[in-house]
Design a protein around this ligand. Structure first.
Ligand code: BES
Ligand code: MN
Ligand code: ZN
Length: 496
């Protein structure tokens, strides 16, 4: 998508759409006054009549605005200026993009709102706009003959008077790259399990790695066996699709800089195995590789942005299926690190897959790790569908993740790691079992994972709720969401 950043009066840019944001309360921002005058004071009148309130997510189309060069005007609500952050900007500009991406080849001009710079820098605003506009013109209709959404022919970003265009251009570029990464995750999640299975996911990772100059190592069955990943192989054995483990390496820093590892759960379909899921719980389980997709998305963004950091990405790819060779209840698996695991529920498979990938990554001498997994329904019950659960063995590392998420405008809430949750994993026949009671299930799962991270600072992000949504809203399409891409890229971007 073509884009440019210019400083020009809003009324004189020609485009199919001009998009401007208004905040709640008080009068019009200085930036909008000349535009309002050009269209005969319409914005002021719409405010007075209550048709435009500036409430977050509100939209109003002025289909015919004589007096301006753009064909149509879209006014979007940004909410209370004092509360403006990347989360509200994301909501406002995704809503806008969803409104204006229904017809092909539209040209868009978008005013970068001139908000209080103490709240948020103009660059941060421009970056989030670019990401949201990129995300908002792709829908979940991967298999529709007419997906009904179209990339814009061009986007013109209009900077407020007196600001530095160069820095904004960079921010817009970063924003687009992030948007592409989010869309990659969404596409991988939205594709069916017939399309995306361990081998095809690994192939796609290999292609992306080649395009971007990432080092890529694909472990096939033989290598997985050699690595003695008995826990991961136990899950995989019921499927006709062989498992894969993919390791991606990006070295943008020096050999002395720390290495951050991102680990993703890549269950390309989770039927539950012999502990079979009922239809209603199974129908969305193509999404159970969202963690792995997020790792790939973040790695691609980090490489495109040439961030001066070292990152290892590792994903465990399996299908959890029912067949004559499925792993059974009561089976005991030996994980790569030697831990024996009694399987008492084949639907608690994510932790079994991650166990072996985590221990593999620990042996790669990384300095800190983050895993992403659609791990437990329990986390969704605790935090709802929009908030990611965080669990850690190192509060300092976790605080950095939490701080990045709040800058990026994505919600994370930390949950407990008390020893009593680990006690539930004691087994009579093996070192541990793969399930405890129902209560505190997300923490029990996290305590299970902790047994495979040795002493490496680690954060586990349970994205079972926010990574996929069955219901579209005006601010978000249904399907994969690409949650945590923004947060992790923010975390990996060195602060000046
Ligand atoms: N993939 C599911 C978790 C999940 C649930 C993801 C809902 C997205 C939406 C996971 O493998 C699973 O089945 N977890 C079980 C664990 C239980 C058997 C201990 C769960 O949460 O019910
Ligand atoms: Mn499961
Ligand atoms: Zn699962």
């Amino acid at each position: 998508m073509e884009s440019r950043v210019i400083m020009e009066p809003l009324a004189s840019v020609s485009a199919d759409w001009l998009i401007v944001g208004v905040t709640e309360g008080a009068g019009l921002k200085k930036q909008l006054v000349p535009l309002d005058e050009a269209i005969g004071g319409q914005i002021t009148r719409l405010r007075e009549s209550g048709d435009v309130t500036g409430k977050l997510g509100e939209t109003l189309i002025v289909p015919d605005a004589p007096g301006i060069a753009a064909t149509r005007l879209l006014i979007i609500g940004l909410g209370d200026e004092a509360k403006l952050d990347r989360c509200s900007l994301r909501k406002a500009f995704t809503t806008a993009a969803l409104q204006v991406s229904r017809q092909p080849k539209r040209t868009i001009a978008c005013a970068i709102p001139d908000i209080d710079r103490d709240l948020l820098s103009l660059e941060a605003v421009a970056q989030e706009m670019a990401t949201s506009l990129t995300v908002g013109c792709v829908g979940p209709g991967v298999y529709q003959s007419d997906p009904g959404r179209h990339e814009f022919a061009s986007v013109t970003y209009l900077v407020p008077d007196g600001s530095a265009t160069k820095k904004i251009e960079t921010a817009v570029g970063v924003g687009h790259t992030l948007g592409d990464a989010v869309n990659l995750v969404r596409e991988l999640v939205n594709r069916t399990a017939a399309d995306v299975y361990p081998e095809t996911f690994a192939q796609r990772a290999g292609q992306i790695a080649q395009e971007l100059g990432l080092q890529c190592d694909i472990l096939d069955e033989a290598r997985i066996k050699q690595e003695r990943m008995g826990s991961l192989m136990g899950v995989a054995q019921g499927s006709d699709r062989p498992p894969r483990v993919v390791i991606l390496r990006y070295q943008g820093g020096t050999a002395r800089d720390p290495v951050t590892a991102l680990i993703g759960k890549g269950v390309t379909f989770d039927s539950g195995g012999l502990s079979l899921k009922p239809t209603d719980s199974m129908k969305t389980m193509k999404c159970d590789m969202a963690g792995a997709a997020t790792v790939l998305g973040v790695m691609s963004a980090v490489a495109r942005l040439k961030l001066p950091v070292n990152v290892v990405g590792a994903v465990g790819l399996v299908e959890n299926m029912v067949s004559g060779s499925s792993y059974k209840l009561g089976d005991v698996l030996t994980a790569r690190n030697g831990t024996t695991i009694e399987v008492l529920n084949t639907d608690a498979e994510g932790r079994l897959v991650l166990a072996d990938v985590l221990s593999y990554v620990v042996d790669q001498k990384v300095d800190r790790m983050i895993d992403l997994a659609t791990l437990t329904g329990s986390c969704v019950i605790a935090l709802g569908e929009n908030i990611t659960g965080a669990f850690t063995n190192d509060q300092t590392w976790c605080d950095q993740v939490l701080s990045a998420s709040s800058s990026a405008g994505e919600r994370i809430w930390q949950l407990p790691m008390d020893e009593e949750f680990a006690e539930q994993l004691k087994s009579d026949v093996a070192d541990i079992k793969n399930v405890g009671t129902r209560w505190g299930g997300a923490s029990i799962a996290a305590k299970f994972l902790e047994k495979f991270v040795a002493s490496v600072p680690w954060v586990h992000l349970d994205i079972a709720g926010p990574s996929f949504t069955e219901k579209a809203t005006p601010q978000q399409e249904s399907g994969g969401t690409g949650v945590m891409v923004r947060t992790l890229v923010e975390l990996l971007t060195p602060k000046e």
